[in-house]
Ligand binder design. Sequence first.
Ligand code: B12
Ligand code: SF4
Ligand code: SF4
Length: 329
Amino acid sequence: MTNPIYQIRSQIKTICEKEGFSLVGFTEAKIPSSDLERLEEWIAGEQFGSMSWFAKDHAVGIRNRFENLGLIPRSVICLGFIYRSSQGEEVVSQMESKVSRYALGSDYHLLLKGKGNRILKILRKEFPSHKFRQSVDSLPIAEKILTRESGIVWQGKNTNLIHPKLGSYFFLSTILTDLELGGPDPEEMVTDHCGSCRKCLDVCPTGALEEYKMDARKCISYLTIEDREETEATESFLEWDRKGWVYGCDLCQEVCPWNANVAKRNEVETTEPKFLPRAFWSDPDFASKESLTKEEFDFYFKDSPIERIGFEIWNRNLKEKDVENKNRS
Ligand code: B12
Ligand code: SF4
Ligand code: SF4
């Protein structure tokens, strides 16, 4: 007889796949103590830089304790949504001022929330005596650790989650529930496929990575997106060669053989048209602009992840990229 939990999981999987999630896994609502210790170390070393919410949530004990969420979760449904597209690959390969793939279209927080709300509506109808709550980076819980624990992906040496067939260009979202859904399916557990590869570690221009670990303060993604205290570039900002990246950085994913495999086959495509690159990225007029006015910034980046940094930081990233490259050549 089939385990009834597996029947429910299969039903949930179908509901989530219908909303376009290619990855669906299940895990207990629990963070392994080894991860809690590493998080503790990371925080003690202040490797979060100016993302002070990290330390604050941790210090007051709300991070990863699954408290005050309106439910006592037993299980987590871990979801992955592909944002890669061949159009995106082409656009990025032609960019002089490079923008990471995830930011070429609309903001994933908005889009995945919409998809999640439709899933929650069905789940609440199907399982009326249970509670469900979705997070897209929005709750103080470690979605990356939980998704790795579900066994549907592995965590690479570049610290991103990777799937052997789909690569790593996917977003995460989780649904917490008090419904008992069991842990990872032993038959589907993905093992670490990094082996002796070091491509991501060797390509990182700022030395932000050690095997499976990162110092966020050195990561170009942090420097161009999260480090927003100064609208003019500071010395620490200029310390690193950003290799042309003005918003985020994909270098340690581009070199990863598991993404290169996907690129070769060109089969893994986002199913969400709003994740495709907006048309202006290929417009020479846009590309030639050395800075944007507030009006231009709002026009191009409305509802895009880039909207969050504001036009002054965009201009800082753009301008100083050129200054830096000139100084180094
Ligand atoms: C803070 C944050 C950042 C920070 C810090 C990055 C980081 N590595 O954590 C910055 C701003 C630098 C960043 C950058 C990016 N981010 Co970000 N970020 C987050 C966020 C909000 C929290 C992540 C977190 O908790 N970090 C804390 C640190 C301590 O975690 P960690 O580095 O994984 O540390 C663990 C490992 O070191 C591990 N460990 C230590 N030793 C060993 C040994 C082994 C063998 C193993 C397995 C593990 C292990 O223990 C630690 C604790 O678990 C998540 C969203 C979320 N809700 O989780 C998105 C998230 C991780 N980011 C995401 C993305 C897309 C990016 C970028 C690709 C964006 C870009 N193109 O610029 C880059 C990637 C840079 C990189 N190489 O990681 C996606 C990743 C999706 C995926 N496939 O993995 C997420 C999940 C957002 C989402 N909802 O989809 N990000
Ligand atoms: S995203 Fe760029 S800077 Fe950050 S770790 Fe990867 S290669 Fe290094
Ligand atoms: S580049 Fe190599 S070491 Fe880095 S995450 Fe990919 S497979 Fe692992």
